[in-house]
Design a protein around this ligand. Sequence first.
Ligand code: FAD
Ligand code: NAD
Length: 455
Amino acid sequence: TVGAIGYGSYEIYSKRHPLEQKPFDPTKRTVVVLGSGWGAVSFLKSINTDDYNVMVVSPRNYFLFTPLLPSCTVGTIELRSIMEPIRFITQHKTRNVKFYESECTDIDPESKTISITDVSDIKGSVSNTTIPYDYLVMAVGADNQTFGMAGVREYACFLKEVWDAQKIRTRLMDCVESAGFAKQAPEEVDRLLHMVVVGGGPTGVEYAAELHDFLKDDLEVWYPELADKFKITLVEALPNVLPMFSSQLIQYTESTFKQNKIEVLTKTMVKEVADKEIKVMDANKNLVSIPYGLLVWATGNCPRPLTRKLMARVKEAQTSPRGILVDDYMRVAGAPDVYAIGDCTFSKYAPTAQVATQQGLYLASVFENLARMEDGQNKKITPFEYSHQGSLAYIGSDKAIADLPFLNGNVSVGGVATYVFWRSVYISNMFSFRNRFLVVGDWMKSKVFGRDVSR
Ligand code: FAD
Ligand code: NAD
């Protein structure tokens, strides 16, 4: 995502101790925000807490900078470098923001209440309760799409959350160590060292790219006896990877992958997933088995159970199975005073951090205008307008691709210089100086000492 959020300097000037913040004011309306991802945090950053009491409910007590998550699966960057506690983010507000680490399990738009459940392993005497709201902002993101295929949740790894990256890293090292186990059969070594990525969207491509770098730079050095056995395969149902990029960049990516010996199977659809192999329908409509050691599943998004539950409650207005329908003001169709932003919505834009961020900022401005109108000021609420700042992706061997809007057209660039640009964009988009400092430190550390190969 291009488009700086510009949070870095803000944090230094407005940091407050929670006791210096104003307490909840019963005369003010309460806005409950569901989620602590891109949409929620960009809303929280801008909402004026002089006007509202704000409460956040999320099973994650931190924000996660997802664009650098693929780098964490191989240890180029450490996970904590791209996490920021939600309380760090809300310390800048003039009024204290309440945070509950819990999952919202139901929304009742009629009584204007939500049900929440404590998600921690250690629970107190209360672990389920209901909370009233005046306004609700849903920013719960999306679930991993599996198409209901048996075996995916059981045997594959997703790449969306911190624990997914940890699981991938552990499984990868397990595969490598098991392949090196005494008297391992050659065909079993080949299977264990075959890393299969399903889905040629940006998540699958960036993961395959990071994995390639790790194999080349580190694993082949530390495990010379296995060096010629590592294999990466990317499986994509469509005729090419990265359909959202220009044809020139698609070709560039596919030829870079070819040079890097990443096998790309296009027009190939996964049909079955078992513990040691997948079955795919290849371009000639043959059903073929592919044995694997590590399977990473990146076939896009689908609505979360909470999103589906809300859609079912107001099903006359919610007619799309792909996500919440909102109007141009982010209002949820059929549920008054409920707003939705980011990946949980179904809109004409791709589900990206860029969209979620702009929607969060926009919604905070809507709330600001609503408050000023209540003060008697003459304000007008204009509809949301998305401004596309471009698309970027890392494709391995220190190369990135970028499709950038320029004047009335588009500029497509790829290569090492684009990779430097890619890095600078992500660093400038990070939410805090602390994150920037840690990520730059991780990049330097992995360049100087190599990546850590411990399990
Ligand atoms: P999220 O950021 O996913 O946040 C959802 C939040 O809701 C989380 O805090 C979650 O814990 C919480 N939640 C979930 N269920 C509940 C519940 N029941 N109750 C309360 N809270 C709940 N986009 C880009 O623009 N550029 C990129 O480079 C890019 N790279 C990516 C790389 C990867 C590996 C991935 C997975 C995604 C990437 N994206 C990128 C997409 C981007 O991360 C998403 O579009 C973005 O996170 C959407 O923001 P969101 O706020 O809607 O959801
Ligand atoms: P995606 O929806 O972009 O791509 C999923 C791919 O999986 C599709 O190309 C689809 O054809 C393929 N697929 C689906 N079922 C399949 C099957 N059974 N067998 C083989 N292939 C199959 O999903 P994503 O890559 O996870 O990205 C999700 C969202 O996050 C997108 O909006 C994306 O733009 C965004 N994102 C952006 C970046 C970036 O900008 N660098 C990085 C990661 C994610």
